[in-house]
Design a binder for this molecule. Sequence first.
Ligand code: NAD
Ligand code: ZN
Length: 1579
Amino acid sequence: MTTEIAKVKILGKEIIHVGYDVSSHLINTILNNCKSSTYVMIYDSNVEKVPLLDDLKSNFHKQLNPESQRLLTYVVKPGEANKTRETKADIEDYLLSKGCTRDTVIIAVGGGVIGDMIGFVASTFMRGVRVVQVPTSLLAMVDSSIGGKTAVDTPLGKNFVGSFWQPQFVLVDIKWLETLPKREFINGIGEVIKTAAIWNADEFSRLESNADCFLKVVNNQKKMANGGFYTNIKLILDHIFKLVLESIKVKAEVVSSDERELGLRNLLNFGHSIGHAYEAILTPQALHGECVSIGMIKEAELSRYLNILSPTQVARLTKILAAYGLPISPDEKWFKELTLHKKTPLDTLLKKMSIDKKNDGSKKKVVLLETIGKCYGTSAHYVSDEDLRVVLTDEILVFPFSNIPTKPVTITPPGSKSISNRALVLACLGKGLCRIKNLLHSDDTKHMLEAVSSLKGANITWENNGETVVVDGKGGDFISAEEPIYLGNAGTASRFLTSVAALVSASASKDYVILTGNARMQERPIGPLVDALSSNGVEIEYMKKKGSLPLKINTSKSIFKGGRIELAATVSSQYVSSILMCAPYAENPVTLSLVGGKPISQLYIDMTIKMMERFGVTVEKSTTEAYTYHIPKGHYINPSEYVIESDASSATYPLAFAAMTGSTVTVPNIGSESLQGDARFAVDVLKPMGCTVTQTATSTTVTGPKIGELKPLPYVDMEPMTDAFLTACVVAAVASNNSGDGNSATTTIEGIANQRVKECNRILAMINELKKFGVKASELPDGIKVEAVASITDLQVPQSVCTYDDHRVAMSFSLLAGMVQSSPVKPVRILERRTTGKTWPGWWDVLHSQLGAQLDGAEPITFSELPNTDKHPSVVLIGMRAAGKTTVSNWCANALDYKLMDLDVEFEKRYCPKDVTIKEFVATHGWEDFRAKEAALFEDVIANYGDKGYVFSTGGGIVESAESRKYLKKFAFEENGLVLHLHRDIEETIKFLNKDPTRPAYSEDIGQVWQRREKWYEECCNYVFYANHCDTQTEFNELRRNFDFFVKRITRQVKVEIPTRRSAFVCLTFADLSNHLTELEEIVYGCDAVELRVDHLKDYSPDFVKKQITLLRMCTDSLPIIFTIRTKKQGGKFPDEDYKAINDLYTVALKSAVEYIDLELTLPIDLQYHVLNNKGTTTKVIGSHHDFAANFPWTHSEWENRYNQAVSMDVDIVKFVGTACHFQDNLQLEDFRLKHTTKPLILINMTDRGKISRVLNTILTPVTSKLLPSSAAPGQLTLAEINQMYHNLGGDLISKKFFVIGQPIGHSRSPILHNTGYKILGLPYKFEKFETDDVEKVKQKLLSDESVGGLAVTIPLKLDIMKYMDELSDAAKTIGAVNTVIPLGHGKFKGDNTDWLGIFNSLVNNGVPIKLPNDTCGLIVGAGGTSRAAVYALKKLGCSKIYMVNRTSSKLHDLKKDFPEDFHIEVVDSDSQIGEIKEPISVAVSCVPADKALDESLVSKLKKLLAKTDDSKVGFKSTLLEAAYKPSYTPIMKLAKEEYDWNVISGCTMLVYQGVAQFEQWTGFKPPFKAIFDEVTKK
Ligand SMILES: NC(=O)c1ccc[n+]([C@@H]2O[C@H](COP(=O)([O-])OP(=O)(O)OC[C@H]3O[C@@H](n4cnc5c(N)ncnc54)[C@H](O)[C@@H]3O)[C@@H](O)[C@H]2O)c1
Ligand SMILES: [Zn+2]
């Protein structure tokens, strides 16, 4: 199929050609008009893959004269990231190398990136050569290729360097669009709609009517074998051709009149001023067209706010953008997920807007729209920040009304919904032309119009830019539609159309009509109406659920007979209206009798009857029978014009404004004859309150009394106008003039009970929000009582007004907000501005531009990211009974320094009489009551303490109640709270429960209970901790350490830091870690992370994997975990397409707060976004890609594309693994590494040939270990091998010497300690002794030697050395001694003291919690240098008091003076002093020589102090660390252990921990602790 070629003129020449499948025309045009010896076709590597390009190239070639002409081709890397000066230079070098000269013609084939960049190349190459644009993306076709703007990006901004360079031709072959990815396609539509919106109203309407078919076709895009896409645009060729052509025409016309963008061309920037600001933040995740779409809405809203654009036009724009698949707000869920929940703070947006190229200085300019198809003026306009803020945020600030109109104002609120719906049905049933004005555009009207059109019952057109709908009715002739009629969730439409369907006749091909809707619609009732019609001869069949849509109405057999119809009308008046309106078309006159009691909403029935009369049919009410109507046979005669009455509820707001401010407001189309109940508001409410009300049949005018003179309304029954009660309340709040009778000015409103079940409980909402203004209100069974403030000046400024997502609450309070007088002026903040959109999107605009209110926008308060020190997310622990919640919640509170609240205890406190337990409560009140109260309690504590740093321990059954689950989920997933599921193996739990006779058994089988609850625990928690079963105290200690670390991680107290220096991780390929627990510690030696290859595990079930995570953490001291599921395609073992399982396992990983998730870039996008959107701050994502098959050398575009993808997904680390076939491949890899620096990058080649890439990789190099059964990938090296090779190659790992200095050091274990570590990690270091007591020698020999990597300082140099230090660590300063010298380079040194770490780590690795419970005391024996380090260590552990004893306590008093007060050192002088100690003493360090006998008095004191142990109070076993390591079991250890049951740690432990702390400081590697310990302690 080919179309004709359309030609468009630009700047006087007809050089833009548009067609479909027009390659040969394209080639001929170039060859005939741009004669040259050299043609260079340039495109990107995506376009290179499109088959159309091959055709183009080969045909072009065939047409050349081989003697004198040549075609060169050049491929560039795709994407905005390559639109750079560097790429431009590469192209130029290429052209020069091929001997291109001034006669060269460059053909740019591609999207906007190619067009812009190649255009720029052409404009400067040889001072300018000819260029032909062949745009291949929609955006390029309609926008970038036209107009001659060319550019490249610079690091500081997009398109900052470029030129104007007009192409010879722009040759548009829309066949290219067939392969364009869907998102790019839709992206281009953004510009198309923009162009129509500013310039071409006809085209805009055409676009509106073709939206559905467009999206259908584009959504059907197929994925091709070569990785590309295919869209069958032939199905909508006409539409696409026109939309491209029309867009081009406008752009060409505008450019022709203003080539250099001095005026008119400005208009093309509609949507761009604000759009660019969003783009600047959301790029590269969001595309240009998407941001422009959002920008257009905002700029249109701004135009409406400034009273320039009508609400209908904004609605049209919003609708069309959404219909073409574009985002209309940055808050749309799918768009938010796509843009990774990036925030778009108001300030940033305004700042980004102020650097727009189009501004003058920093004043902001925006293109304003006057109507669809026409801009306001011929250029952009200055706008104020205030006005911008209003449209950019959802929180509005209302300033005191100060600009109250003095002249009468006329305001027309939007049309009434009920009247709109009825008018449409009547006009469609009627005969003749009817122009309907002020129609409310809603889902119902939209579906109704579409349905009537497809049933051919009326011809629908629009006039006056969509403001007027013209219905040309056929008098009730409808014909079966081909397709089912889809009604979405439009309730009124479905009811009205069901009766209409009864009037449809069969067509030649169809004898039935199907009415259907969305899932929700298929639940909504329609039974009574169907019953009534069925019994009247209409054949209706339920296609799914009885009583609901979809319905199949037989159109050949059905006869709407008429006569007597009985209908139950107590459920919905819409059934009645539906039959009433269609009744004149029945075979016989109808008598409709409403049965079952008083019909609901009589008012709406009356409305229908009155409107039928207006359309020429008079209904008679039976004089003999109640609720019975006679409808004659006939048909409607359409009035030529029908103006829909404004919504009377909406009208109450401007009228109340008049009342409250003493001004005059007229609503011109609601009067005494109105059909709506709320129309009585002015007369029945405002008038008695003291307003002057003039009402004609069709209009209402209200003038308020002077401010302060409104009178209260002692009693009003608002039953006929319930929706207006909210308005009445705010008027009543200021109706304080009770003519001096001394009573309070109270207004009582009744008849509004139904308002409790509207958008929110409106009565409560009003009471709550009025209270914030200082207005008292109280609830009545059927109403509300409002007490006016004594004087306007008593109104208070609330912190903010909640709207409960209820439009009426928002609009009412916008009035009261303006009445508050504050000085200095403080505006009232109303949340959720957009909620008024439900009935009156333009309310704020009216308030601002017609009623003179000063408004501003504000950043949501919750949005502010100020470090808020008093906000600490609380932790809720859930899980089965006996999972260990009590113990663990204690750990949790202790580790975080949070307060603990047991909700069961709290329950008893609040709901049980004294001494009554929960169990007894349940026995008397039943489970239901218990669960309900439990949920209420939970909601309450979260509301009060949810961000106040609490640990809540819950009863195991809390998840049994749906209400509680709702609150748990809300807390976890919406309020940044932490719901932690403490998961313990159920078999273990059962065993445990059976062992413990004191616990009452479950009445139900516990296994069953678990089965029922498991999924609930799962869905309610955002974190899970799997508590493995522990056999020994050591394991239990490890579990606790592991848990402490975990909760610090999830409360963001400890953040995941991606290493920046050389680092490695080891890949575990075990099937089950529990078989390898002893080796694990050794396997991870020197590594900064450990990779759990989940695909290698023998069991992929979530529980098994959770358990593996905990085991791994326990064995590796919580080393960061990389969680990897490698699929088969990517070289692993996991089934490729089992995305459900992958998804579930990622959920496990996220909830377990693993530090890294390896995410394959080839996984489906929704899976990737699941991880990216849920990773929070606890997990980093490694975007990985592997090429096992050696398909792609590093120069291939595959890698470039993958890199761009990874950047656009904003992963934290990129990991690419290629395959080296030749050594050369490593050089290309290094080149790639050098050029890609925006993200931390792991880049390696597999195979033996690729080993060097592993050596040269910097961060997180994957390594193997000799202890692993197999390496995870070919060519993998151990860490030691890598270090050795790196050193040998001359890498940044040079030989160094280290020394221990002091005297005597003959027995020093330091050399063996460090040298063992060096050997294991392959470090080129050597550790030696340097014996001296003269610090000057050290200075001369060692501190001047550059090859010295560090010194371990011992007695007697620890103080002497300090004078040569340029810097001291906090520890060295506080302890007052240096034991570690760290060279800083350039002859400078830092002094540190790691003795305290030796003490600290010995304790915490042997059962002492890393943060001691409050009121835990410590004990230190001795007064020497080690004691000082011990003081520092115990303080770091959190000791509340540190008791110190020594043989002579005078030395201790001196020591105490050297430490700050808050160390709370208590020198123990006498035994009696010990008697007074109340708190438990639970940690002790002995720092006295152990080879001499102990002093008697010291032993006596020690005994009393050691007796202060109290394990049950602190929750861990009291522990004593011995600093002396000779003998290995000292008298003090013996005393503590044997007489007072203390846990004791020997001195060599401390020695090793101290040494490895130095090791890590000096080498940057994690020390291989166990190997070192074994070596050092070996006899
Ligand atoms: N000069 C101007 O007046 C002007 C106006 C608007 C935008 N621009 C510039 O245009 C650029 C954006 O243009 P874009 O959206 O076309 O981006 P683009 O060139 O990057 O193309 C989008 C993607 O689609 C691919 N692609 C293009 N045509 C294809 C086809 N037929 N089949 C399959 N894949 C295809 C591309 O390789 C690319 O990956 C930006 O750099 C922007 O600054 C310039
Ligand atoms: Zn644009």
